[in-house]
Ligand binder design. Structure first.
Ligand code: SF4
Length: 316
């Protein structure tokens, strides 16, 4: 059985200028122990999709329709309290900037103990502190740093603390939303290695949200590519990278810097569309060099081809 199944999910934001569909007809499946990366430009809907899973969509965002089935239960029908119980214990979340998630006035240990006690995962504060200290050790930070305040740690260490907090109750799924964007390349690599080793050790599944398809290629089992609120291609990472089917995936790969490639870096012409008024037909058609007759007028439907799902008229 799949750990997570997203079925035909639609998410709207109500804005002063009208309704904006931020995620349109998204369907995905994630297996136990699998790593899925959701890739796309800013505003493509990837973070909105990921945050909807553990019930972290903020108003004016709302799920308009569809289902999110996690371990056989539909999360879209759950109350805030039920979702709060699932977050942290069954689904862990790591955000881009640890400074905005950690309270600067309280020690790391205090914050970890509070989360452990809230989920009733320890019988006493002393036991919770021991768990917090062990969780820090598991991400490569000495356990006695529970006494530290967030400002006493480097950016990379703070992100490790966030990861420790997210996995300390052994969730089945970890969602990491651009966890390394604020970090330098060396620290980024060490955080990715840490996530990979935790995934293997704990057997948990990971959803990584990233704009960096090269990073996704290195760590993922599967990759889903989003453009203008839609999943345009999804499949095994190696296939998506080696032989992209959708012209947008192909363009994303071509626009990735490569030290060994002498050619000038490709840039996708034009800009992502305004989601309040997206282009007719295929949303990528104004920027697509392969666009042909039906692309302007007809929306492409997701099609299964060569073990992948792709939404493009080139594939029937
Ligand atoms: Fe390009 Fe047409 Fe495919 Fe859209 S449907 S990606 S415009 S070829």
């Amino acid at each position: 059985m799949a750990l997570l199944r997203i079925e035909d999910l639609n998410i709207d934001y109500m804005t002063l200028r009208g309704r904006l569909r931020a995620v349109k007809n998204a369907s995905l499946t994630l297996g136990e122990g699998e790593w899925l990366s959701i890739v796309g430009e800013s505003g493509s809907g990837k973070s909105t999709l990921a945050m909807a899973i553990p019930g972290l969509l903020l108003p004016p965002g709302r799920i308009a329709s569809g289902r999110i089935i996690f371990q056989g239960r539909d999360l879209t029908g759950m109350s805030r309290d039920e979702l709060r119980r699932i977050r942290g214990s069954e689904i862990g979340v790591v955000f881009q900037d640890p400074l905005t998630s950690l309270d600067p006035l309280r020690t790391i240990g205090d914050q970890m103990v509070e989360a452990i006690m809230e989920h009733r995962a320890a019988d006493s504060k002393r036991e919770a502190l021991e768990m917090a200290s062990a969780a820090l050790e598991s991400v490569g930070i000495p356990g006695n740093r529970v006494k530290y305040y967030p400002h006493q740690l480097s950016g990379g260490q703070r992100q490790r603390v966030m990861i420790a907090m997210a996995v300390m109750l052994k969730p089945r799924l970890l969602i990491a939303d651009e966890p390394t964007t604020a970090l330098d390349v060396i620290v980024q690599a060490s955080i990715m290695r840490l996530l990979k080793s935790l995934q293997r050790k704990m057997g948990m599944s990971i959803i990584l949200i990233t704009h960096d398809i090269a990073l996704a290629a290195e760590v993922s089992d599967r990759i889903a590519v989003m453009y203008a609120a839609e999943i345009v291609e999804e499949g095994p990472a190696e296939q998506v990278i080696e032989e992209p089917l959708h012209p947008y995936t192909e363009a994303l790969i071509k626009s990735t810097p490569d030290l060994w490639r002498e050619k000038t870096l490709y840039s996708i012409p034009g800009n992502p569309p305004d989601l309040r008024n997206p282009p007719s037909g295929c949303r990528f058609h104004p920027r697509c060099h392969k666009a042909f007759e039906p692309c302007k007028s007809r929306e492409p439907r997701p099609t299964r081809i060569r073990g992948r799902t792709v939404a493009c008229h080139l594939y029937g």
